[in-house]
Write a protein that binds this ligand. Structure first.
Ligand SMILES: [Zn+2]
Ligand SMILES: [Zn+2]
Length: 267
């Protein structure tokens, strides 16, 4: 049994040669859940050997291009593969118009249904549940409407019978956000927390102005939440010394990992 996260895109908004914009794949016992879909996500899905047609749902944090520009290409490819099962896409209200634009101009012949679920929650709310995973959405504090997601594994009685010691795993994804008081409580006790850390501690003014977080702020969130592990990413192009960057996080929260594209974190 497997519950893992693959960081397929760890850059922030500007293009860089060795990192893609935001995208992650949560693998819950073979069921795939795509989290954000920056430009180039299709190629990353290929490189990481995931199946296009086995993606069960897509969770978009917000309507900034570095989290979304890969979606049209991905939908188009799913169509070419003859996907039949409906695809659920969760995200801010603006997604409704964006997907409408896609289906009108590009997706008329696609053999599968796209079901858009616009989010309006002001605190954590369950938005998707299957026999494998329960997903809650919650608002973040970014320049525009933005949502984080928490994934709690559902372990069926059947699977518990095979693996009696199995404890359900949990993962939370906090995309672009400034710190805010409620967040650690909303991701309390997760086995693994992804929290953006776009800037170094010395760039706190810039982080505040752009509604992003620093290394220390991400680590403080993990500490207050009692997370098992912290993954950081969404690096500003100004970050060049990753040793120093990671050191800043680990001073506050030792179990921090700075993600690279293609890293797999087993939970
Ligand atoms: Zn971003
Ligand atoms: Zn953003």
């Amino acid at each position: 049994m497997n519950f893992s996260v693959t960081t397929m895109g760890t850059a922030s908004a500007m293009p860089v040669s060795d990192r893609n914009p935001s995208a992650q794949m949560l693998n819950a016992n073979g069921r795939l859940f795509l989290i954000d879909c920056g430009e180039g996500t299709q190629q990353q899905i290929r490189r990481c050997h995931f199946s296009f047609v086995r993606i069960e749902a897509v969770f978009i944090s917000h309507i900034h291009g570095d989290h979304l520009f890969g979606l049209f290409g991905l939908l188009n490819t799913m169509g070419m593969y003859g996907r039949k099962s409906p695809l659920d896409i969760y995200g801010p209200k603006a997604l409704v118009g964006i997907i409408h634009f896609y289906t009108f101009y590009f997706g008329a012949g696609d053999p599968f249904e796209i079901r858009v679920h616009p989010l309006t929650c002001k605190s954590p709310e369950v938005v998707h549940e299957s026999s494998y995973v329960k997903v809650s959405a919650f608002p973040l504090n970014h320049k525009i409407e933005c949502f984080g997601y928490r994934f709690d594994e559902n372990v069926s009685e059947h699977r518990l019978a095979i693996d009696p010691g199995r404890r359900p795993k949990s993962y939370a994804y906090c995309s672009d956000t400034k710190p805010f008081p409620e967040l650690p409580g909303w991701v309390k006790g997760v086995d693994c927390l992804y929290h953006e850390a776009t800037f170094l501690d010395s760039m706190a003014d810039k982080a505040d102005f752009r509604y992003h977080s620093t290394t220390v702020q991400a680590a403080e969130c993990a500490l207050k939440a009692g997370a098992g592990r912290l993954i950081v990413g969404h690096y500003s192009t100004r970050i060049t010394d990753f040793e120093a960057y990671l050191e800043e996080c680990r001073r506050v929260f030792p179990e921090t990992f700075a993600a690279s594209d293609g890293d797999v974190f087993e939970l």
